[in-house]
Design a protein around this ligand. Structure first.
Ligand code: IMP
Length: 199
């Protein structure tokens, strides 16, 4: 059985992104777990050097747990295109460059994948919970669909406007935030974590 998180636990969220911290804190609050961010504790951000989402989530969670002496949770996510062998994948943020230009990153996906005749794409999210003794539990969520061109919709962030989930008519850029948050790759990974660690 997976290791459990006790009610009343303090959990470090290994992110320096206040938006992610707020979203994760909301998901944990009903389970009596309070969230502190790695940023608030002044923990360094390790380089994401692993070849896959799970590896990057593990290295971030393990670094935060070791540095804080508390259990820590990290996530890593990205957009994957079948015709590009799963790229941009773990490089999703890096494809947007230092100015975080996702219009440019989406153009690159279109440019590189347009000829392939295969529009399959997916969003993936790995979550890792690590303890100071280096025990880890990992969870994974994925939403399959296709990439579309041109991008549609102003909602969401990153690659949302060019992703059409399977069976849907709206891109993530056109989808209401509540609906996306209830069904996304991140939501799927979180459902597994909650079922496993608060059983
Ligand atoms: P990280 O998990 O913070 O490293 O972010 C990975 C990158 O993947 C983000 O900067 C986005 O480009 C992309 N990404 C992850 N999840 C989503 C999503 O739900 N919508 C759009 N882009 C996403």
């Amino acid at each position: 059985m997976a290791r459990q998180l006790a009610r009343g636990s303090r959990l470090v969220i290994a992110t320096h992104n206040p938006g992610k911290l707020a979203e994760i804190a909301d998901l944990l609050a009903p389970h009596g777990v309070s969230a502190i961010s790695a940023g608030e504790l002044g923990l360094p951000e390790p380089e994401e050097t692993a070849p896959d989402f799970t590896g990057n989530a593990r290295l971030k969670a393990l670094a935060a747990a070791a540095a804080s002496g508390l259990p820590a949770l990290a996530d890593d996510s990205g957009f994957c295109v079948a015709a590009l062998g799963g790229a941009p994948g773990v490089f999703s943020a890096r494809w947007a460059g230092p100015t975080k230009d996702f219009a440019e990153a989406m153009r690159r996906v279109h440019h590189d994948a347009a000829e392939a005749g295969d529009a399959r794409a997916w969003f993936a999210c790995a979550l890792c919970l690590a303890w100071p003794d280096a025990h880890t539990e990992t969870f994974f969520g994925r939403v399959d669909g296709t990439w579309v061109w041109p991008p549609r919709g102003e909602r969401g962030f990153g690659y949302d406007p060019m992703f059409l989930p399977a069976g849907g008519a709206l891109t993530y850029g056109e989808t209401a935030p509540d609906e996306k948050h209830a069904t996304s790759h991140r939501a799927r990974a979180f459902k597994q974590l909650l079922a496993s660690c608060f059983a």
